[in-house]
Structure formats: C-alpha cells, structure tokens
Design a protein. Sequence first.
Lengths: 249, 308
Amino acid sequence: MKILVAVKRVIDYNVKIRVKADHSDVDLTNVKMAMNPFCEIAVEEAVRLKEKGVATEVIAVTVGPKAAQEQLRTALALGADRAIHIETDERAESLAVAKLLAKVVEEEQPGLVVLGKQAIDTDNNQTGQMLAALTGLPQGTFASEVAVDGDKVNVTREIDGGLQTIALTLPAIVTTDLRLNEPRYAKLPDIMKAKKKPLDVKTPADYGVEVASKVSLLKVESPAERKGGVKVASVDELIDKLKNEAKVL
Amino acid sequence: MSILVLADLHEGQLAGATAHVVAAAQAIGGDIDVLVAGEGVQAAAEAAAKLDGVSKVRVADNAVYAHQLAEPMGALLVELADGYTHVLASASTTGKNVLPRLAALKDVSQLSDVLGVESADTFLRPIYAGNAIATVKSDDTLKVITIRTTGFDAVGSSGSATIEAVDVVVENSQSSFVKEELAKSDRPELGGAKVVISGGRGMGNGDNFKLLDGIADKLGAAIGASRAAVDAGFVPNDMQVGQTGKIVAPDLYIAVGISGAIQHLAGMKDSKVIVAINKDDEAPIFQVADYGLVGDLFEILPELESKL
C-alpha cells in the first residue's frame, strides 16, 4: 500500500520568536525554518513501515510557499519516494489544507495517511482530524504506536491520563505524538539522491480549493512577561515566604 | 446566541474541565446547553445539570458513544449543531480529537486552545508554544472552539438545569475500542490540582521521583515532570507539563531539577506562585520563579518534606 505523509514548513523549534513591532504577526524574516517536529515523526513512521514491507511507496506532500520544497527534499532524503508541492503564498489554515489533502487522497488512494498531530507555529492540532472527516476515513490521533495488521491498524493514542488503543479499518488517518519514534538524520548521500527524486508542483486552483478562510488574525502580542522573584537562602526561608508572603501554604 | 458545550468525561463521570468550559460559554454570553455523550452517563448528566449557567443538559447515552470515539462523536455533533452559534469543548485530548471533525463537516474553521473571550466572535489564543498570543476574529456562522481551561475560572454547581435525552444514534463500523491504560493515582489530577510539584532531568532517575511523593502528600499536590524527564524515561508521558504535555496553572508550582526550557515554561508560567529548586543558579527557570532556592535537590527535598 501507499502511504501519504503530510509535512509543514515552520519556524525551527530552537528559535526564540519575536512579535513584529506593529503586532501584525510573528516576525519570520531571516529566521531559520525547518520541518515541523511532529511531521518529522510522521515521515519516520512512514519510512519505517516501508522498510518493514508494510508500505510499498511513501509520498510526501506539503502546502506552502515555494521555499517549502526544502522540507519536501528533507522528506525525500529521509526516505520518501516522491513529493507533491501544493504551492501557495496565502496563509493556508487547517481546513484549507485538509481540503487539499483530501483531493490528494482521492487521487493517490493511499492505505494510510500520516500527519503530525500539530504544527508548532499555529498549534492548532486540527488538520488530521479534518482530513479524516472530509474523506470519511477513521482517525487515530496522538499516536504513540501504530501496528498495521491486515486490513486494520491498531493505534495506541496518548490521551489525558494514559493510553488508549483503538482499531481502525484501512484506509485510515494517523496523527503522530512525540513518543511514536525517534526520527533519523538524513545522510549526505541520501540528501544528494533526494535532489533527483520526483517532485510535482501543483496549485490549490488545480484541485479547485479556495484557500481563504473566514478567520482573520487581528493582532499578535507577546504574552505578559513573568518577572523573576527572589532567591531564598534556605528551606526555612522558603517555607516562611510561602506561608507569610505568598500565603499559599 | 446559543452555545452547546460538549462535556468532558473521565471514566464515565463528569470531568472538572467542563465547569471551566461553561465559564467560557458565559463569557461569550447566551443560552448554554451541555451535551453529555457516552454509555452509562446518567450521573455525569446530573452533575452537568448542577453547573451554574446551564439551561439544558442533552444526554446521548448509547453504546456507540462509549469511550467517545471520534467518528460517532463527530457525527453526533453534526446532527445536533444546527441552531447553535457556538460549539465548545475543552482542549482535552477528547475535545481536540472530535471538534475539528465537526468543523470540517460544517465547512467552518475551528479555533483551538482559546484562553480569552473578547466578544462573541473575537478570541485570544496562544501560538508558538504560548510565546505569542493571537487575537482572532471568526466570521463563520458556526464557531467551533476548544477552550484552554486554565483561562477560565470554573463555574459553581448550584444550578438545576433540565435534562433531556437525545435519541440520535449513529453508525460506526470504522473504529473500535481495544483497551485503555489509565494511570491510577490517589493524587489530584494534574490539570486541576491546586499545587503541583514537578521533577526534571536533575532528578537523575525515575526512582528519585519518590522524593517528591512525601511533599506531594503533605501539600495535596499532583506530581508532574518536564519533557526532559519524560524523554529520559524517568516517568510516563502523562506526567508531562509543557506545551507538548499538560498546561497547568495551580496556586503553587514547585519545579525541582528543571532548567526551564521554553516548552516547559509554556505549560506552567500562568501558575500563581512558582518555586524553583535547582543546583545551577543560572538556570532559566529562576527568571520566572517567584522564589528560587539554589542547591542540591537531594538535600533540599528531604528537608522540605520534614519541615512542611
């Protein structure tokens, strides 16, 4: 079976973000960009399923600006076989991305779609669930284990308070949580090979999908800064402060 | 305005989060109904009916809704959403699992982790792991929203809403429940505890987390951990406090052997009082701590436990 894996170009998780002076958004000029960490886990899982012989082909897809091809090349270097870039400079929100991915699913007929549970820029945690709803496929979100078994997949999910295992009919949509796997690093020869792997470029119009959303971003602000307090010298002083100053004991 | 709140359940009982989501609904304003969906949820429905501000509790009690699997829950909400202007759920793993499905099937956007209400269509939500707060306006006719419960104080429970049964039963042949392994604990739940004590990589190993037990017992605290401690295999992931774990805002948060990575701070910086215990006096955690104690946690913790 084919596996479709969606990736997103986001600000590198090590970068300390700055809000623009006019509060219109976060400042992304000259900031290091990378593949969303949850998407790296998704790519890794897809590639491992191919290595195990469960999958025959891994297709990476992204929705984003021209520069997002870098992240597709990364996915190809990590082991994806080919890539689809749906190019747009508009701010594509979860619903629009899910609609575009649904069209790709219709075209490619994958047995499994793997996505990160959320992107670390907008922190929405929606696209996989929306894709499942739009395609009418079952979903296993926040996966910490994925076991394909014939025409079913068992997904162990990280839920509040513990773990839940569900069985889904295939095809299915899976979104990855942190402990699903540890992504590998791309080796130099693989990075070179990735440059020659096929990468199709499409536009939202090719799929007849409108990217605009009815949600507008009015402003972006830094959160209230928390001021550091005092250092105390001993456990006794700490207990005294908590009792008499902060009054929380 | 007319708002439907999807109740959170914990082992069939009404979870504390729901009272916070109802508070968010009150901030929006309008009639508030609560949907309790599951199997054998009559007690949860009765608890929901007591929440202040709720006019009606709608109960969908059927085996197909057991464990609140995404597919039947999404289909149920699609059936019930007509007539409402807003559908709210907590930003729990259930709310996040189900609400995007409703939004997609109604062809509207969904707003995640809302922590402030400016008006019926304008909301505050954290982005970039809480390092920025976005103000967003939705022009969708139906607003589908998950609520970050720490942003809203829980409503009281002196109400008496009417309870009515919902007879919508949907089909589900795509997903089935296999098993659940919930961590058992006598301690308060991390998300709702008044006091939280968390350990980080500085704890050294999982056994040393026992050093937190006695203090947690004396303070009635929940025990958490940083992602570094989880990744190192010291403790399970459900103890994780941070952007990729639980978001907490207790009255007192005690960080032990935690350096204070951005992703951890995003999960606890709204706590009322923060205490940091760390041997490195340059650790970033001290920049957000109200009270910092520099020293060896293996000496400090037993002393703290004996003196509390």
